[in-house]
Design a protein. Structure first.
Length: 424
């Protein structure tokens, strides 16, 4: 699922070293290979008071030209720091010349020496032309675009008639009949992310929460698609709000597994840890996992005997044996996500599953198709970075992918699995 906080981001990890007391005037220079639109501003933020303690709009860079941006900040008690550059108001990592996404760089704060960042492109811009589908998974159709013009799409869910998906920065849930008619279904949504349709047609949603809308805290929601009435399924664990609910899956008993990572969460995290939770049909919530780094996509096997969780900040997709609803054991690495040339530990986002138990993972390289045995079967490459996917359409044999600014579809040889559990 969507695992980022603002539009177009450049994340730099720099570990603290020696304690420095002198203030340093540090110049940051950002050079972009492609012009940055006049409407977009580049910002600097980081883990230092002068950098806003991660406030994404802490410091605006000065535009010298459409491809050159600079800012000078005075840093005290800082040698090596962690910081990021964001474009606009939504977070997406930059890309290198080969089309691979870059999340981490290393630099050192040093008086008299500029920190220069060269940006080839941003991840919400098209990948390098000529990248084709991996045909090692036979029977995949042509990728086609259904709708575009969004900022960051997520959470596709099909109810037999309509496909729902979220446009997170625009704070809304969209609905399409897949034959050209598109409408805003719910606005504001509280920045809903992952969606799923339950067995009785209710739309389940993970609301990340919106810092500008205090009443819309993170929660798992149930939405009546006829009346648009929104009900809260859970918004607290042990008395505290969640970090930022991200993705979910419902089991046959009506219980819901969901992830609660760091993305869009205030500092410090309200739950202190990033977790995987289970909310039983009776309403009891328990935390099942808190060791993964940014747990994101989550899905069950068709027989619901295995739970899969895909973190965003580590390449290992984990599997757990489900002993009974909400009881998991035997944590293990099911699959290591294949990496672009510029990365070695990139995670994934949302995922789906077909009737044969093959998992469809959204990753830097596209949608990686993984067998129940943990073997890579193929990769569906797309012209934008995918954040989530779900089956729908005739016979549940169309895979829909939310990819940054657009909604895409590709016909598949195997039907998607439909979860029949109902909340009520």
């Amino acid at each position: 699922m969507w695992h980022i906080t603002l539009l177009s981001v450049l994340l730099f990890s720099i570990s603290p070293t020696d304690f420095v007391t002198a203030a340093i005037k540090q110049k940051f220079v950002v050079k972009t290979a492609q012009p940055v639109a006049k409407k977009d501003t580049l910002y600097l933020a980081g883990n230092h008071a002068v950098l806003g303690d991660w406030n994404p709009h802490a410091i605006a860079l000065n535009r010298k030209s459409d491809t050159l941006f600079e800012v000078v900040v005075e840093l005290e008690n800082a040698d090596n720091i962690e910081f990021k550059i964001t474009r606009g108001s939504w977070e997406t990592v930059e890309k290198d010349a080969g089309g691979g996404e870059i999340e981490n760089r290393t630099a050192t704060v040093k008086s008299g020496k500029d920190i220069v960042i060269e940006v080839e492109s941003w991840a919400d811009q098209p990948i390098a032309p000529g990248l084709l589908r991996d045909q090692s998974f036979p029977g995949i159709g042509e990728v086609r675009k259904i709708h575009d013009g969004f900022v960051f799409t997520e959470g596709p869910a099909y109810d037999g008639k309509h496909l729902y998906f979220t446009d997170i920065p625009n704070n809304r849930i969209m609905r399409t009949d897949l034959i050209g008619n598109l409408e805003t279904f719910l606005e504001p949504s509280g920045k809903c992310n992952g969606l799923m349709i339950d067995g009785k047609g209710k739309l389940l949603a993970c609301r990340m929460g919106n810092l500008e809308e205090p009443k819309m805290e993170p929660a798992v929601l149930a939405i009546d698609v006829a009346t648009k009435k929104v009900s809260t399924v859970t918004d607290r664990f042990e008395g505290s709000r969640y970090n930022a609910c991200n993705d979910l899956v419902i089991d046959k008993t009506g219980g819901i597994y969901f992830t609660d990572p760091r993305y869009n969460a205030p500092q410090p995290w309200p739950q202190k840890v990033e977790g995987v939770y289970y909310r039983s049909k009776s309403g009891k919530v328990q935390r099942l996992e808190q060791e993964l780094v940014a747990p994101n996509g989550i899905i069950l096997s068709p027989d619901e005997s295995v739970l899969y969780v895909c973190p965003s900040m580590q390449k290992e997709v984990h599997a757990y044996t489900v002993k009974s609803p909400g009881v998991i054991t035997d944590k293990r690495v099911h699959f290591k996500i294949h990496q672009p040339p510029t990365k070695d530990n990139a995670g994934g986002d949302g995922m789906s599953i077909d009737v044969d138990g093959n998992i469809y993972l959204t990753t830097d390289l596209g949608i990686q198709i993984v067998s129940p045995a943990g073997k890579l079967l193929g990769i569906i490459a797309l012209t934008e970075h995918p954040a989530n996917c779900a089956f729908g359409g005739t016979g549940m044999k169309t895979l829909f992918a939310t990819c940054r600014t657009g909604l895409y579809a590709v016909d598949m040889p195997i039907a998607g699995h439909k979860f029949t559990g109902a909340l009520d």
